[in-house]
Design a protein around this ligand. Structure first.
Ligand SMILES: O=P(O)(O)OC[C@H]1O[C@](O)(CO)[C@@H](O)[C@@H]1O
Length: 404
């Protein structure tokens, strides 16, 4: 009996040893603490705070944010008091995982006051990725698409944005999936019986963005670097070819989930584009001027770093999404928040689970965690036969799902 939105599936917890959520809390977060220590020349006080966070998030209980902590009222509204005193493994996984990043920023002095205020602990990794030779290759490859029609180029850029989600630095820390994202899913023994794209509503997405030049695209970005660059190229293309009259780009108000994009990352990506050549530079200049003339707007809403599903979004954000022709949510974390981070039966209709969302919504996501909806039964059967349950978290499969 498939779950229904009125009889929701259970919320994911991190309390089952051997489960993916447990591994993220018990292994991924310590690895992220090691990563930031190695990447930045932190001072003794920051190392002590990171030591304390490591002990607390793996063996301790959730503690209240200090009385003067920035955004404390928001975290109280987001359920902090309910979870104080409980193990990180015994509260909703989404809440625990998200709260870790808030605590990490405290430990490294992001919120200040002091000399380390605003220093992104993930910036070295983000810049290394943005400056990588692979990024040069991807930008240069754009010029090789010059012979495509506008529609064909649009489809190529949509897939570039989709598979750009594979480039998630936090995920790579302990990803088991190593296959190429854009290829076929790595079946058991590499037989590759199942498509890498397990759901594809792209034609419905294109029907929502006809070349009328009047639509408003709201793109809720995910990772910086080699995901944000393809996202920006897609936005530029849609603006250039009248598939959108204007675009709103949502980024995070502070560093989050290792590689999530902030406004500083948008600046870095746009400078990377305008510093390139050919089509990439043309699109970079188009976006630069679109920001100046209002066709493109960047927003950083506090709820984008909330430990909650989108069902709990505040009214002002709900109104913004309602005004968009379509809201495109990028990545795995946004997908989890969209479907409530619940372990739905894979064939539970995506439209049912997302019926609450204001306005048409689309997701471009590589699968990096257990939640999934909207698969047809044959696809699920083939995935399980080829890969057991690995297809859910290996990052080698992706989906484009739309509720219009
Ligand atoms: O950057 P993305 O695509 O949102 O992926 C983030 C995902 O990575 C993980 O941290 C590990 O897979 C998930 O818990 C989280 O949903």
């Amino acid at each position: 009996m498939p779950d229904t939105a009125s009889q929701p599936a259970p919320v994911l917890l991190g309390n089952e040893p051997g489960s993916f959520p447990h591994g993220v809390l018990a292994e991924r977060h310590p690895a992220i603490i090691r990563q930031v220590r190695e990447a930045l020349p932190y001072e003794a006080g920051q190392h002590r705070a990171l030591d304390a966070l490591l002990a607390n998030c793996t063996e301790g209980v959730i503690e209240p944010l200090p009385g003067d902590a920035p955004g404390r009222d928001r975290w109280t509204a987001w359920g902090m008091d309910e979870y104080v005193g409980r193990s990180w493994f015994d509260v909703p996984w989404l809440w625990a995982e998200s709260h870790f990043y808030r605590r990490l920023l405290d430990a490294v002095g992001w919120f200040g006051p002091g000399a380390w205020q605003g220093i992104d602990p993930f910036r070295p990794a983000k810049l290394a990725e943005l400056d990588a030779p692979e990024t040069d290759e991807e930008l240069a490859a754009l010029d090789g698409l010059a012979g495509l029609s506008a529609d064909e180029l649009g489809r190529a850029l949509l897939h570039g944005s989709l598979w750009g989600n594979r480039a998630d630095l936090g995920f790579s820390l302990s990803a088991t999936g190593t296959g190429s994202g854009a290829g076929r899913g790595a079946g058991a023994g590499g037989r590759g019986e199942v498509p890498a794209l397990v759901a594809d509503d792209s034609e419905r997405l294109w029907s929502l963005l006809p070349p009328s030049g009047t639509g408003t695209l709201c793109l809720v970005a995910d990772n910086a670097g080699r995901e944000l660059v393809p996202d920006l190229l897609l936005v530029a293309h849609l603006l250039a070819h009248g598939r959108a009259g204007r675009a709103i780009l949502h980024v995070k108000p502070h560093p989050y989930y290792v590689s999530d994009a902030t406004t500083a990352d948008v600046v870095d990506a746009l400078r990377r584009l305008t510093g390139a050549s050919g089509t990439a530079a043309e699109y970079g200049r188009l976006l630069w001027s679109a920001l100046a003339d209002g066709r493109l707007t960047v927003r950083a809403h506090p709820f984008s770093c909330a430990p909650l599903p989108y069902t709990d979004m505040p009214d002002d954000l709900r109104a913004q999404f309602a005004q968009a022709t379509v809201t495109v949510l990028k990545g795995d974390l946004n997908y989890r928040r969209l479907v409530g981070d619940r372990l739905w039966s894979p064939t539970t209709p995506f439209a049912d689970v997302t019926a609450y969302f204001p306005g048409p919504v689309a997701t471009l996501r590589t699968l990096k965690s257990d939640v999934i909806t909207g698969l047809d039964a044959d696809t699920e059967t083939a995935l399980v036969a080829a890969e057991g349950q690995r297809w859910r978290t290996s990052g080698t499969h992706a989906l484009i799902q739309v509720r219009s």
